[in-house]
Design a protein around this ligand. Structure first.
Ligand code: NAI
Ligand code: MG
Length: 363
């Protein structure tokens, strides 16, 4: 049998630096755990624009459709800010998400004990926190029609439409319930069924999918505004949170900040199963290209490394390898080895991106 395939798209700025550390880790698993991947690498974002005049070539897009998983660094940077909208680096990322139809966005908010002091909440509220937000990513108010700025009665009107079909809700609900079964069997679904019809349908379909196929999972519902309050009041009550695109954007960023730095946050975006049973998938850190620190060996590679751990778990069913990697990151932090983004004002000397990657490998 051939090895599973990975397409690596480092992108721009620190995307390239953090991805270099992930490549070292991929090599480590090949050499030490006989876990081998067929790895190819290509350009995306500004790097692709510089080389080809487009943020994503058709050839790279086709490759992304074929592989078992895509790993992406970050795209963008001030150099590209004045480009036409159609060729902006972000368009490369959006095209990947759209054409691969990655409808389920997984954003963990996990508190590493060593970093509990970095939370904006009291330490005991976040110590041990481990929640997963499942955000619908390809529909809802960021895509619904009609949209635009129109003129009505001599004034401008801005319009976006929150629109969800039954099948769109059904598939993302299934992905949340499947995930819950691999975790603690608990899903809280959030919408605004009190004031939005799309929210009423959301609640109905989630309930139907639950009754039909996932009755073993504990399901609760919450209005998204109440959910936001609960998330900062007592976050540990949650395990999997299922929500739509717009609320998920806000709730996942809120949850993320309960746990500290952008440099620690991974993500996965999953689509429908391919012929081999694996979901279409792209894994990427939440952070951007960080032009303020690029090229200085200052970036924290953990977010990208933890994104690869998610790939191990969700694309390749290598949960033990994923846990090994996550534990290594946790141990390195516990030893006080930190990149600059994780230093307190009074604390020691930070290590660089490469040294952080090396420390994780050593661990
Ligand atoms: P950013 O995430 O790149 O940086 C925000 C702040 O966090 C900066 O001070 C940066 O130094 C720090 N930071 C981020 N990641 C870090 C890491 N791994 N280690 C240490 N420090 C880290 O967001 P910003 O500055 O708003 O955007 C910069 C560029 O990145 C823009 O062109 C933006 O469009 C793009 N961007 C791309 C994203 C993506 O590719 N998914 C996501 C967000 C922004
Ligand atoms: Mg956001």
């Amino acid at each position: 049998m051939s090895n599973p395939s990975l397409l690596i798209l480092p992108g721009d700025g620190i995307g390239q630096e953090v991805m270099a550390e992930v490549r070292k880790i991929i090599d480590w698993f090949g050499e030490n755990r006989d876990l081998k991947f067929d790895v190819s690498e290509d350009l995306v974002g500004g790097a692709a624009y510089d080389a080809h005049g487009t943020p994503l070539t058709d050839a790279t897009m086709a490759k992304a459709q074929e592989v078992d998983a895509v790993l992406l660094g970050a795209v963008g940077g001030p150099k590209y800010d004045d480009l036409d909208f159609a060729v902006k680096p972000e368009r490369g990322l959006l095209r990947l998400r759209k054409e691969m139809d990655l409808f389920s966005n997984l954003r963990p908010a996990q508190c590493f004990d060593a970093l509990a002091d970095f939370s904006s909440l009291k330490k005991d509220l976040v110590a041990g926190l481990d929640i997963m937000i499942v955000r619908e990513l390809t529909s809802g108010s960021y895509f619904g029609e009609p949209r635009g700025i129109f003129t009505e009665d001599n004034q401008r009107v801005g319009i976006n439409t929150q629109r969800y079909t039954e099948s769109e809700i059904d598939r993302v609900a299934r992905s949340a319930f499947e995930l819950a079964r691999r975790r603690n069997n608990k899903v809280c679904s959030m919408e605004k069924a009190n004031v939005m019809e799309s929210g009423i349908l959301w609640r109905d379909v989630v309930t139907e999918v639950h009754q039909a196929d996932y009755a073993d999972v504990e399901l609760s519902h919450m209005y998204a505004d109440a959910g936001a309050m609960q998330l900062v009041r007592a976050p540990k009550q949650f395990d999997v949170i299922l929500t739509d695109n717009l609320f998920g954007d806000l709730l996942s960023d809120t949850a993320a900040m309960l746990t500290g730095s952008l440099g620690m946050l991974p993500s996965a975006s999953l689509g429908a199963p391919m012929e081999n049973g694996r979901p279409k998938a792209m894994y990427e850190p939440v952070h951007g290209s960080a032009p303020d620190i690029m090229g200085q060996d200052k970036a924290n590679p953990s977010a990208c490394i933890l994104s690869f751990a998610m790939a191990l778990r969700y694309s390749f069913d290598e949960g033990d390898a994923a846990t090994l990697l996550e534990t290594a990151v946790e141990q390195v932090l516990a030893k006080g080895i930190r990149t600059g983004d994780l230093m307190q004002a009074d604390g020691g000397t930070p290590v660089g991106c490469k040294a952080m990657g090396d420390a994780i490998i050593a661990e």
